[in-house]
Design a protein. Structure first.
Length: 173
């Protein structure tokens, strides 16, 4: 399987590296990182001061030529009535998106810069693996240690492992 990472906007190299590493380690896939793309026209909602996640998925699907394509952005995303999303993917689709905006949070306080950087990197890897899991047909998992567990807050992201549980792993084989 080939997964294309499509950076949207100014995405730092360490984020692209974390995304690639997470995908390779969990799905044993090839990863291609595209050149950065501009924010999609019409994605910004001035009433919310956020960006619509679906526009980023459409962009990833257009630009990426992998079997699975994922947009990665530092912008704050929303989806429908949700206040925010870390990411979004359509079940069994080929496009998805992850935002790093809310994965860095003030709850990281008290950690050294090195620890905070490692925590942030772990979160990026988990969310990338999670969204690509949806494109592979995986739904949310009840196991709170599984990367496919629904995590509406960073604290819940932090509880998860960076890998699939045995049940989810069997579904993608």
């Amino acid at each position: 399987m080939l997964v294309d990472i499509v950076p949207v906007g100014d995405v730092p190299a360490n984020i692209k590296r974390q995304a690639s590493d997470g995908l390779r380690s969990v799905y044993d896939c090839e990863v291609n990182v595209h050149e950065p793309q501009s924010i999609p026209n019409g994605a910004y909602d001035s009433n919310r001061n956020q960006y619509g996640a679906e526009e980023f998925i459409k962009l990833a699907s257009r630009v990426g030529d992998g079997e699975k394509n994922i947009a990665v952005t530092t912008k704050d995303l929303f989806y429908r009535r949700r206040n925010y999303v870390f990411g979004l993917a359509y079940l069994d689709g080929n496009g998805s998106v992850v935002s790093t905006y809310r994965l860095q949070t003030s709850s990281d306080g008290g950690f050294s810069n090195k620890d905070a950087g490692e925590i942030f990197g772990d979160r990026v890897r988990k969310e990338i693996v999670h969204e690509i899991g949806h494109t592979l047909g995986l739904e949310h998992c009840d196991n709170n240690r599984c990367v496919m567990n629904f995590s509406p807050t960073v604290r819940e992201v932090d509880v998860k492992e960076q890998s699939l549980c045995g049940s989810c792993q069997r579904q993608v084989l």
